[in-house]
Design a protein around this ligand. Structure first.
Ligand SMILES: Nc1ncnc2c1ncn2[C@@H]1O[C@H](COP(=O)(O)OP(=O)(O)OP(=O)(O)O)[C@@H](O)[C@H]1O
Length: 274
């Protein structure tokens, strides 16, 4: 249990009530209810356009909701967005590290943006580099990094100020299996060492099953089911896979070769670093 600045004991890192976002006539997120306890690794699944990124953008205060409410780290995303931002780290789908800077310089930039003072800054940057296995590459340009190293650098940037809650939009998209597993290990370490709560979006059924304690599947802006991966599979019958669960609750199959957005994203990443 965490105690917020208001002194209130708070069991949930994320509490969402009737949260809704419309874009014109389209309701991208439709009256969502969600509770994520502190210390949980929580996965958001859904087909392209289901509303995952829109939900994350609202919870990270980047996009105002049309209606409804949410508390993140004990603070309202509407009334206290600054308090929310102090308690979260966010890695977006888009490449956020700057390829023309070194890993260290990227981290120093993040530290300044977070307002960390100089003495604290150097210790926290050193810790983050070490934690993500990037100490030896700290002074190399990021455009020479592999995709897995870039993801770990982005995680290092997001964990720098020791947020209570990390939001990661498709954290392992486009990574090979070894790099993917390394990212999973680091996320598990962040939970173990710092008690961080992690909310991720993913299209990867292995990631959903192996990494996440609990999953919510979104379909057309609504949550169609919430549960532990093993419960969701068992709920459909014997020998059901996560792909079956996804097809049942998300209205479609995960196709071989990835989704359109996965392919586009991978290419965007390659282009930016090229
Ligand atoms: N700024 C915007 N203006 C208009 N429509 C938007 C905007 N952002 C998202 N949408 C629409 O809202 C719906 C939900 O989009 P969102 O990006 O949240 O889905 P997603 O589940 O994250 O999809 P993906 O897996 O492709 O990232 C989609 O129909 C999308 O086209």
């Amino acid at each position: 249990m965490n105690t917020t600045a208001s002194g209130r004991a708070d069991k949930f890192a994320i509490q969402v009530s009737e949260l809704t976002r419309r874009f014109g006539h389209l309701t991208a997120v439709d009256h969502i209810e969600l509770q994520v306890p502190y210390g949980e690794i929580f996965g958001l699944l859904g087909a392209n356009g289901a509303g995952k990124s829109t939900l994350i953008k609202m919870l990270t205060t980047l996009l105002p909701p049309t209606s409804g409410s949410a508390e993140v780290g004990g603070f309202s995303i509407i009334r206290s967005p600054g308090q929310v931002r102090r308690r979260i780290g966010y890695v977006s789908q888009l490449l956020s590290a700057d390829g023309a800077l070194t890993g260290y310089e990227n981290l120093r930039l993040s530290a300044k943006l977070y307002g960390l003072d100089k003495a604290e800054r150097n210790v926290l940057i050193g810790d983050a580099l070490e934690f993500m296995g990037l100490t030896d590459s700290a002074h190399k340009l990021v455009k020479t990094y592999s995709g897995g190293m870039i993801r770990r650098l982005e995680l290092a940037q997001a964990m720098l100020h020791r947020p209570a809650i990390l939001f990661l939009d498709e954290p392992t998209l486009g990574l090979d299996p070894v790099a993917r597993h390394t990212v999973w290990d680091r996320l598990l370490d962040l939970r173990r060492d710092y008690g961080m709560t992690v909310l991720i979006t993913t299209h990867d059924m292995e990631e959903a099953e192996t990494l996440c304690d609990k999953l919510a599947i979104l379909h057309k802006g609504r949550i169609s089911v919430v549960g532990k991966p093993v419960e969701l599979r068992a709920g459909l019958g014997a020998n059901k896979t996560m792909n079956d669960v996804f097809a049942h609750y998300a209205g479609g199959l995960i196709h071989d070769g990835g989704t359109f957005s996965a392919v586009a994203q991978t290419r965007r990443t390659a282009h930016r670093l090229g």
